[in-house]
Design a protein. Structure first.
Length: 265
């Protein structure tokens, strides 16, 4: 069984127990992280990484770490744990990136302070690792240009092309869209879309109510049902547009939610 089968993004493990972060790691960032994972001589997830994937970003982030690991084989990434980490997309169609680095057994883990078990920053050798390991550090939103530049300086130079040349093209496109966005125009457009959404959903509810009338002619009922389905499709398109605007205008880390509604049954 490969290590991806055991270690997955967001703490979905298949054999490695959760390790208590306060006892064995002691992450210096203030948010509460309860656990992390370590697979001997392969990889360790920073508690902050687990927090990012499971709490900060509420999307169901799916990362194919098997393929990432395959792409990273032979990469020369051993160096100071204080150096800026590399990053990679978590999946071919994802807007989220993960940061990672490879460190030797005697180097301090990223962000570790003084857990009660060791009274000093934890190192891979403290967890039984005898070889260098990949440390999965954090999760970032590719549209959060300011944050990416703050952490990585030149994000495109730090990007590891896990899925091929399309990685750089996608990141460049997301960063360009965010930087070129006219914020107020996009906000005004979002208001128009949400108003339109409310209008057509109200129309749909009226049609659904009419169709509950047993005296309605079959021809009219069929016509109403066709329009109800059309409105479903229109709402899906509006939701997609709103999500894209949210991606391009978000000013804080984490997910910006679009409107929700109860789907027609």
């Amino acid at each position: 069984m490969g290590w991806f089968d055991i270690l997955k993004l967001g703490g979905e493990d298949f054999g490695t127990p959760q390790m208590n972060q306060e006892l064995y790691y002691g992450d210096e960032i203030s948010e509460k992280k309860d656990f992390f994972h370590n697979l001997k001589d392969v990889a360790t997830t920073r508690p902050h990484f687990e927090y990012s994937a499971t709490k900060k970003y509420t999307d169901n982030i799916q990362g194919n770490l098997r393929e990432i690991a395959q792409k990273l084989q032979g990469e020369s990434m051993v160096g100071s744990a204080d150096a800026t980490p590399y990053m990679a997309f978590t999946a071919p169609d994802s807007k989220y990136l993960i940061s990672f680095r490879r460190i030797t057994p005697k180097e301090n883990y990223t962000g570790s302070k003084e857990p009660s078990k060791f009274k000093r920053p934890t190192r891979p050798m403290d967890l039984g690792n005898t070889k260098s390991v990949i440390v999965f550090d954090s999760v970032y939103d590719g549209y959060d240009v300011g944050r990416l530049r703050q952490v990585f300086g030149s994000p495109l130079e730090r990007l590891k092309s896990i899925w091929g040349d399309s990685d750089e093209d996608r990141l460049r496109g997301m960063m360009g869209e965010k930087e070129q966005a006219n914020y107020q125009e996009l906000i005004d457009k979002r208001k128009e879309l949400t108003a339109k959404r409310r209008e057509i959903v109200a129309d749909q509810e009226k049609l659904q109510k009419k169709n509950r009338n047993r005296k309605m002619l079959p021809e009219q009922r069929k016509k109403n049902e066709a329009r109800i389905l059309e409105i479903d499709n229109e709402v899906d398109k509006i939701d997609a547009q709103v999500r894209e605007i949210d991606n391009r205008t978000q000013r804080s880390k984490g997910r910006t939610r679009g409107p929700r509604r109860r789907r027609r049954r």
